[in-house]
Design a protein around this ligand. Structure first.
Ligand code: AMP
Length: 171
């Protein structure tokens, strides 16, 4: 996985001073790197029954559909407010300043379905914890949360205590 790190571009002070941004577009465009990421995530979950893979807007959408395809599961987008046309369920979560929210179609996940949640980066864990709550609220069973990158120093895992977590690359 250290080879993959070489494909991830670190951009200091983006989107604001003090944030070191892990840019995965340089990984996505590398044919071998992209394949290695999808293969590794598939390998992690291939022996776990999954009904749907949830991707979190926006960068989760790069990975979740490919993994859903590889696992023979469905794909469900969790989107920013106002984007999904039919009846939605919403979850609000705290940011450093203020709150944000995410939505999913109410009929996207059926009670008892086994749900894998994927995103590009686990940072503080606020987003992932909110999405796991959203799936819980619909009666889905969160069988795992997977990330390409985990920023260990932000302790995002603490917000996801008791959940099954996997990250390919750690910083
Ligand atoms: P958080 O809720 O703090 O775990 O943040 C998660 C979301 O923010 C993820 O969906 C990431 O796409 C994005 N994110 C947070 N911090 C970074 C970072 N340093 N580099 C790249 N993306 C980040």
């Amino acid at each position: 996985m250290n080879d993959l790190k070489k494909l991830i571009r670190e951009v200091p002070d983006f989107p604001k001073p003090g944030i070191n941004f892990y840019d995965i577009t340089t990984l996505l465009k590398d044919p071998a790197g992209w394949r290695a990421v999808i293969d590794a995530l598939r390998a992690q979950y291939q022996n776990t029954p999954v009904d749907v893979v949830v991707g979190i807007e926006a960068r989760g959408f790069f990975f979740a559909p490919a993994i859903a395809y590889a696992l023979g599961a469905g794909f469900v987008p969790v989107r920013k407010p106002g984007k999904l046309p039919a009846e939605t369920a919403r979850v609000e979560y705290a940011l450093e300043y203020g709150t944000d929210s995410l939505e999913v179609h109410k009929d996207a996940i059926q009670p008892g379905q086994r749900v894998l949640i994927l995103d590009d980066v686990l940072a503080t864990g606020g987003t992932a914890a909110a999405v796991a709550q959203l799936v819980d609220n619909l009666g889905g069973s969160v069988i795992g949360l997977g990330f390409v990158i985990e920023l260990d120093f932000l302790n995002g895992r603490e917000k996801l205590a008791g959940r099954e977590l996997f990250s390919l690359i750690h910083y």
